[in-house]
Design a protein around this ligand. Structure first.
Ligand code: FAD
Length: 444
């Protein structure tokens, strides 16, 4: 029997007390592996994907790196991306795809089929996964991959832990010359210009992203600071610069701020300042850590939002959705006068074969909204309905508010996923709070 502990998603707006197991070896896991529940990595999913009312298997002590051959790393699923980078970056290898935080486990990266700033050129994380070991509901350890039980593999990729416990991952790393990214900064005046920027520059840069000033309104709605990055070559560094920089020091957020301290006016000031300091035409050579993980500078930064926490809206829209539709969506948040601090916009490339994998060709928009009771829930429901009407979908790793019927509209391959889940987990053993909310748990 594990210990009863309160577990939450990164947004801390949903919490449950669960029986928590922290296996240190696969053998220990085998003996604790009974009953219903869900695997958990570093808890960086925002909503209720890694919490369950029954049991949670925290996988972070299964974090050994097992082998590295011909560029392929095999490691236990609780290994964090940050730990992989600390070992491999100084040796000239990096992750082919990384999300916006290094504090994600290999298991969590596969289960959400994460994407990064290079999605338009590199696809999702699963493209580089050669095999995984999965413990299914019958206790069997299955080695699966794109060429080995592909249905189970593509249901597990993006399957949010609902097909079993991922124990090991074999991932192809990427060789690099330096641990820096050469970044060009741009600024746009409105949404039209922002979307145009992607059309013009996506072909020139492997990494692109826009930080949206989502509080600018009227004719400035959708203005942004945009970044185009590419790996820095050795010859671009000055003689004194080390080719592989060390990670930056982090600051701690020792306690939660009172809820409500991050008001709309703080958001306006923050966004205006961010827009103001990034001068167009600026070029910089930035350490990998700074370019990819700016938010990791403050540990536990979710505490800025207080005890009530926050939620993230992230959706992807088909390529035909343009400035007019996005402006209507941003306008809805502004009309509700809801605070909104961080807005990220990016153009994505084609989908992965993962049945519940989030990315698809088009635009993705992510916004962080502090929880303000029923008003926030209502706003999310409206945004999601509008998203589905536009043919878009919400990201399960960020979600707290979807309903089963919206899920059905957003994920056309849901029935394929359910069929695989039924095959390997007929009693619905693997179930998170998200799965229960969305009717994905299965069983009777
Ligand atoms: C600051 C920040 C920036 C982010 N940026 C991005 C981004 O750019 N792109 C992106 O795609 N995502 C992004 N994310 C989301 C994050 O990458 C995903 O939520 C990821 O799944 C978190 O991994 P984790 O190890 O914390 O897993 P958890 O949050 O603990 O779990 C996430 C899901 O994975 C499952 N899972 C975890 N480990 C296992 C395992 N061993 N076996 C089976 N299932 C498992 C859980 O059951 C759950 O369903 C970001 C999150 C934060 C906080």
């Amino acid at each position: 029997m594990g210990k009863q502990i309160e577990v939450a998603g990164w947004g801390h707006q949903m919490r449950v007390a669960a029986d928590v197991e922290r296996p240190e070896t696969v053998r220990a896991l085998e003996s604790s592996c009974h009953g219903q529940g869900i695997a958990r990595g570093l808890g960086r999913s925002y909503g209720d994907a890694a919490i369950a009312p029954e049991r949670v298997w925290m996988m972070t002590r299964l974090n050994r790196m097992l082998s590295f051959r011909n560029g392929v790393l095999t490691a236990e699923a609780g290994t964090s991306l940050g730990d992989i980078l600390r070992v491999f970056l100084p040796r000239g290898y990096t992750l082919p795809v990384t999300p916006g935080t290094q504090w994600v486990t290999l298991g969590g990266a596969v289960a959400a089929d994460v994407h990064g700033k290079n999605h338009h050129t590199a696809g999702t994380f699963s493209r580089y996964v050669e095999e995984i070991t999965l413990c299914t509901a019958d206790g069997e350890m299955r080695r699966i991959g794109p060429g080995r039980d592909p249905d189970l593999f593509w249901a597990t990729v993006g399957g949010m832990g609902l097909t079993g416990l991922i124990l090991e991952v074999s991932l192809r790393l990427q060789a690099i010359e330096t641990g820096y990214i050469s970044v060009d900064y741009f600024r746009t005046r409105d949404l039209e210009e922002t979307l145009n920027w992607f059309s013009v520059h996506d072909a020139s840069y492997p990494f692109t992203v826009a930080w949206l000033d989502c509080l600018a309104s009227g004719r400035s709605l959708g203005r942004a600071v945009l970044m185009g990055g590419r790996p820095t070559e050795r010859a671009e560094l000055s003689g004194r610069q080390p080719a592989f920089p060390m990670p930056h020091r982090t600051l701690r957020m020792p306690f939660s701020l009172p809820s409500g301290m991050l008001s709309r006016s703080v958001g306006v000031a923050f966004n205006a300042a961010y827009y103001g300091v990034h001068r167009p035409g600026a070029q910089q050579i930035e350490p990998w850590w700074k370019f990819f993980y700016p938010l990791d500078v403050v540990d536990d930064w979710h505490r800025l939002y207080g005890r009530r926490g926050f939620a993230q809206y992230q959706a992807v829209f088909p390529a035909e959705v343009g400035a007019q539709e996005l402006a209507a969506l941003l306008g809805r948040i502004q009309n509700a006068r809801h605070p909104n601090f961080l807005g990220v916009l990016k153009r994505m490339g084609p989908s992965s074969p993962g049945m519940l994998s989030f990315p698809r060709a088009g635009l993705t928009l992510a916004l962080d909204l502090p929880m303000q009771g029923e008003g926030t829930s209502r706003l999310f429901r409206e945004l999601y309905a509008q998203t589905a009407d536009l043919g878009g979908r919400a990201y399960l790793a960020k979600d707290s508010f979807l309903t089963p019927d919206l899920l059905q509209r957003m994920y056309p391959r849901l029935s394929e996923f359910r069929a695989v889940k039924k095959r390997v987990d007929p009693a619905g053993r693997w179930r998170s709070a998200l799965a229960l909310r969305l009717g994905l748990a299965g069983g009777s």
